[in-house]
Structures are given as structure tokens and as C-alpha cells.
Write a protein that binds this ligand. Structure first.
Ligand code: SAM
Length: 295
């Protein structure tokens, strides 16, 4: 496998965006992918000369990679996200195994987990390949990672094989989020930190249909039931669903404020175009976040 040595904090660069596409480098592997937010023009067409592959979307369910420099496409490669490392590969959904728009949230998760201290328990729901699980575990937390896709959970577990991460405390669970939360509440298990990144549509581990607009309200009520009371705690809710603005997400988390006090902050997840001499650096919106924390 190709291992790339990385410069910079995350090994990620948004080189340019525009004409409904984004051009990104993941540890030096440059790819071109669709972006529904990139409704403006590209900064400079000459920046787009070197992608190794372009993802062509056929439907909301998938698409295919067009190889532009087949000899330069690594099967798998290792990506550094600052404090942790992950294995990346090109998937049929146009993903590569990490969502770089979460980078500022990883810093926050890492900081919150380490400030809670030794016995911090963090629950990562809709956890995919585990970037946020790694951020929490690197901050010293014992993490419970839950996703309905066995393939994603196996990928997450494999990420522990890089950068001396074998000793991190992460429990890997393939389950439907709602089923898991109900079981944890029945058992009286609680967590200091809860992270959720729900998709617009999805399937639970036994095919249960997930629709964010119908199911998220109930999940947030169940989250309250497993949130450790009376101590330092935090909740991070993010999503990339049209219409789910930061204010919508704040309203979803409001029952936690009502029950526990604490404070909310929210904003857009943004990818920042990198510095190129003489060109403006724009932000590409990539979803919304809300953070709740005890004061
Ligand atoms: C947007 S991705 C999460 C990205 C992840 N938080 C990250 O930053 O790397 C959504 C994930 O939710 C999972 N999922 C969808 N429906 C689910 C359900 N009902 N229960 C558990 N996981 C589900 C999918 O398998 C997918 O991995």
C-alpha cells in the first residue's frame, strides 16, 4: 500500500471549487467530485489539470470513478488528520472514507474528551469509518462506535492499525442507532459525550428505514436518556441535509438545554479553499453543526 508522508495539519486541501464540482487533495491524491453547493465559477481552470480521478454521480445511490491518471491511483492510502491517521480508498458512493469538513469538530471532540479526563465515555452514532471516534479516543476517552454498516465498522477497526493507534479504547458495534440507544437506556449506561452525524436516508443493520426528518426527533430524546447527568458533558450533532440549517439543529438539541441547562453554539461546516497566489479563498458549505456543552 502507498503511504504518503504528509505536510500540514490534516493532509487535506480544497484546491478549487465551482461549476458544481470540488477539487481536493487527500494526502497528495487529487480527486474531482460533485458538490451541490459549488454554484459559482472555478477560481482558475489551470488548477484542474492534475486530478487522478473524477467521480461521476449516476443517482443519489451511487456512481463511478473515471480514472484520469490510472497509474497514479492508489488502491488504498494512509491519510493523516492531525492527531490521528486513517486508511482511505475510493468508494462507489464517491466517498474516500473521511469527511474533511468535520476537521474543526475533531479538534473540539479531542479537546472536550481530554478536558473531561480519565474516565470520559464517548458515544459516536452514525459513526462510519470512525474519524470522530479516533479524535475522542486520542483525547483519552473510552469510545463506543455505532454504525449499521459492517463494512464501515470493519474499516474503522482497520484504522487502528496505523500510527500506533492499536491501544486506543474503542468498542466497535454494528447496530441500528435507535435499537442501540433503547438498549443502553434500559441497561442504565450513560456517556459524557455523544456525537451524531445522521444521513438524510439510511438503513439500520436489519434494514430499518432511517429518514432524518421523521426519525431524528425521537433519537434526540433517546440521547438525553443516555447522557451522563451532573458532570462535564457534551453533544455534537452534524448533518449535510438540505434545509437542516444551524438553527434547525439548535432546535433539535433544545430539549437537552431545557433538561440540563448548558450552552449551545452552531454554524456551518465549511471547506476552505487553499491559498493560491492572487486568487480569493472562498468557503464551500458542507452542512451544519450544533454543539451543546455544560458550562
Ligand atoms: C454521514 S455518514 C457519517 C459520517 C461520520 N460521522 C464521519 O464523520 O466520518 C452516515 C452513517 O450512518 C450510517 N447509518 C445510516 N442509518 C443508520 C442507522 N439506522 N443506524 C446506524 N447507522 C446508520 C451509515 O452506515 C453511515 O456510515
Amino acid at each position: 500500500m502507498k503511504v504518503i508522508s504528509l505536510n500540514g495539519k490534516t493532509g487535506y486541501e480544497l484546491i478549487d471549487s465551482g461549476d458544481m464540482m470540488k477539487l481536493e487533495s487527500f494526502g497528495g491524491v487529487i480527486v474531482e467530485r460533485p458538490s451541490g453547493s459549488a454554484v459559482w465559477r472555478r477560481r482558475a481552470p489551470e488548477l484542474w489539470s492534475s486530478p487522478v480521478a473524477r467521480f461521476i454521480r449516476h443517482s443519489s445511490r451511487g456512481g463511478q470513478w473515471e480514472a484520469l491518471s490510472p497509474e497514479k491511483i492508489p488502491g488504498k492510502w494512509v491519510f493523516s488528520a492531525g492527531v490521528f491517521q486513517m486508511e482511505l480508498q475510493m468508494t462507489d458512493f464517491g466517498h474516500v472514507g473521511v469527511f474533511p469538513e468535520q476537521a474543526e469538530n475533531w479538534d473540539w471532540i479531542h479537546h472536550k474528551s481530554s478536558s473531561i479526563g480519565g474516565d470520559a465515555r464517548v458515544l459516536n452514532l452514525f459513526a462510519y469509518t470512525g474519524a470522530s471516534s479516533l479524535a475522542a479516543a486520542c483525547g483519552g476517552a473510552s469510545v463506543c462506535h455505532v454504525d449499521a454498516s459492517k463494512k464501515s465498522v470493519d474499516w474503522g477497526r482497520m484504522n487502528l492499525g496505523y500510527g500506533g493507534q492499536e491501544s486506543l479504547k474503542i468498542r466497535w458495534i454494528v447496530d441500528d442507532v435507535r435499537k442501540f440507544l433503547r438498549r443502553e437506556a434500559r441497561r442504565g449506561n450513560t456517556y459524557h459525550g455523544i456525537i451524531l452525524d445522521p444521513p438524510t436516508f439510511g438503513r439500520g443493520s436489519s434494514g430499518q428505514l432511517w429518514k432524518i426528518e421523521k426519525d431524528l426527533v425521537e433519537v434526540m430524546e433517546e440521547v438525553l436518556a443516555v447522557l451522563e447527568p451532573g458532570s462535564q458533558s457534551f453533544v455534537l450533532l452534524t448533518c449535510n441535509t438540505a434545509g437542516m440549517t444551524p438553527v434547525c439543529l439548535e432546535n433539535m438539541v433544545m430539549p437537552i438545554v431545557t433538561a440540563r441547562g448548558g450552552s449551545l453554539s452552531s454554524g456551518e461546516m465549511l471547506l476552505h479553499e487553499s491559498e493560491k497566489s492572487g486568487l480569493p479563498c472562498r468557503n464551500l458549505p458542507a452542512g451544519s453543526w450544533v454543539r451543546w456543552e455544560t458550562r
